[in-house]
Design a protein around this ligand. Structure first.
Ligand code: GLU
Length: 481
């Protein structure tokens, strides 16, 4: 089971604030600027009617803009039966820090709709989403220049298309209307690589970590990525793509998967594609061939493994189970899966954590690429792909003439190939995650008070946001108003 019941002594938003406080204290940022950075700028609760099966239902949603030092403010819109304002504010704050760390020039935002999507037909969901989108667009929370939602828990490209449609029906003259939302379907202005983007980013983050022997030594994972045994919590879009790429391309073995109805384990490795299919067909992991099923997913979270990847809900690792976690490395693919208190316990136990604002930044990074693609009204690579191919042929021809040798076919194909949009998206994503990792490492290297990646990540993010407030004259380094 995913943990929904355990309540920490502080709320999710307080957890995020306390984690950021550590970076603020360690770097000596003046308290006034810290206060400005940490406050959530705007949070609106929206109640709107929709007529479902002949009855009017009133739905409740939120949109929070944590920071608007850069515009648009950016973040996912989640549909879930359990969202609340505190959670949305916490998630909006994470978006501000995530964008800053990943050098995505956006502010942070987040939205939520209190709904159990399973209770409605597709047509009803379309109508409800359209109604919510209309409310958001009227209040400029769905707007290409100001505030741009994206998929999150319980939403996908389908809901993004419906939101874009709502925006377009109010602002048909806006030439940049497609940029009002990201994560759209491909033939509605989406970008290749957005669906896989967050999972691909998690893979790039792990690969980058494994390039650094000193960091690896602290975890004991010194034998490279191939063969590492991982446990994944949540086989939604992020968990699935993470597990798929790591197993297919890096030789990692997924020994456990935790879902809503329990967990499945196989020490020799689970076939992720088959498991995903089983989940789609039966609604759970129970009964998956060739695996041991346990109703108690929390137990599997604590099982012996090399890397634990929580890719589901927040607050899954908390004060009550942090002591029992046996993984050597925790990779936070979800937002906020480790509470503040658990983070303190794990840090003192010497467990390495790659934090959410770094690990799952791939989603918003590819959203940024999609947004710029929408503003340019052209797919990446369209102008230069064939030109690059031609140039490749010319170089190869010249080389063959000079050496009097022919190139093997496979190598020839590689050399002459022009980059597709997916190649460019993945390359930009890889670069983003490598650069952010280097920035975190530099902080740890040069600041004797900072030893963990989370505090380092917040230090990088807070410094960038502070600088932009200083540049605008909204705060000053001396802390005077
Ligand atoms: N929902 C994703 C996140 O939490 C993506 C946000 C976006 O693409 O704007 O990072």
């Amino acid at each position: 089971m995913l943990n929904e019941g355990f309540r920490e002594s502080m709320s999710f938003r307080e957890c995020v604030d306390r984690m950021v406080d550590r970076a603020i204290v360690a770097t000596g940022l003046d308290p006034s600027t810290a206060k400005i950075i940490q406050a959530c700028n705007v949070v609106s609760q929206i109640k709107f009617p929709a007529c479902v099966r002949g009855t009017v239902e009133i739905f409740t949603g939120w949109w929070a803009i944590h920071s608007s030092h850069r515009l648009p403010a950016k973040g996912g819109l989640r549909f879930a039966p359990m969202v609340n304002q505190d959670e949305i504010e916490a998630l909006a704050a994470l978006m501000s820090y995530k964008c800053a760390l990943a050098d995505v020039p956006f502010g942070g935002a987040k939205g939520g709709l209190l709904i159990n999507p399973a209770k409605y037909t597709e047509e009803e969901l379309r109508m409800i989403t359209h109604a919510f989108g209309t409310e958001l667009a009227r209040k400029e929370y769905l707007n290409p220049s100001l505030s741009v939602p994206a998929p999150d828990m319980g939403t996908s490209s389908r809901e993004m298309a419906w939101l874009a449609d709502a925006y377009k029906s109010i602002f048909p003259e806006d030439i940049n209307q497609n940029a009002c939302v990201t994560g759209k379907p491909l033939n509605h202005g989406g970008i290749t690589g957005r669906v896989e983007g967050t999972g691909k980013g998690v893979q790039f983050a792990i690969r980058e970590f494994f390039r650094h022997p000193e960091e690896l030594e602290a975890t004991g994972l010194i034998d490279g990525l191939a063969g590492q045994r991982i446990v994944v919590q949540g086989l939604g879009n992020v968990g699935f793509h993470t597990a798929k790429f790591l197993t297919e391309e890096d030789g990692v073995i997924v020994i456990g998967v935790i879902e809503q109805d329990g967990a499945v384990v196989n020490p020799d490795g689970l076939n992720i594609h088959n498991l995903r299919q089983h989940l789609a067909e039966t609604g759970g992991v129970k009964g998956f061939a060739g695996s041991d099923y346990s109703e108690n997913g929390a137990e599997v979270l604590e099982m012996e493994c090399d890397i634990l990847i929580p890719a589901a809900l927040e607050s899954q690792i908390h004060a009550n189970n942090a002591m029992a976690i046996k993984a050597k490395l925790i990779v936070e693919a979800a937002n906020g899966p480790v509470t503040y208190e658990a983070d303190e316990i794990l840090r003192h136990r010497g467990v390495t954590i790659l934090p959410d604002i770094y690990v799952n930044a791939g989603g918003v990074t590819v959203s940024y690429f999609e947004w710029t693609r929408n503003l340019s009204h052209m797919r990446f690579g369209r102008l230069q792909r064939r030109f690059d191919e031609l140039r490749g042929h010319t170089y190869l021809h010249a080389l063959e003439q000079l050496t009097d040798k022919t190139t093997p076919d496979k190598l020839r194909d590689e050399i002459v190939r022009g980059a597709s949009e997916l190649d460019l998206v993945r390359s930009g994503l890889d670069d983003t995650l490598r650069t952010a990792f280097q920035d975190m490492r530099d902080v740890i290297k040069h600041n004797e008070n900072i030893h963990d990646f989370r505090t380092a990540a917040y230090t990088v993010a807070v410094a960038k946001i502070a600088q932009s407030y200083y540049d605008l004259g909204l705060a000053n380094p001396g802390g005077k108003p």
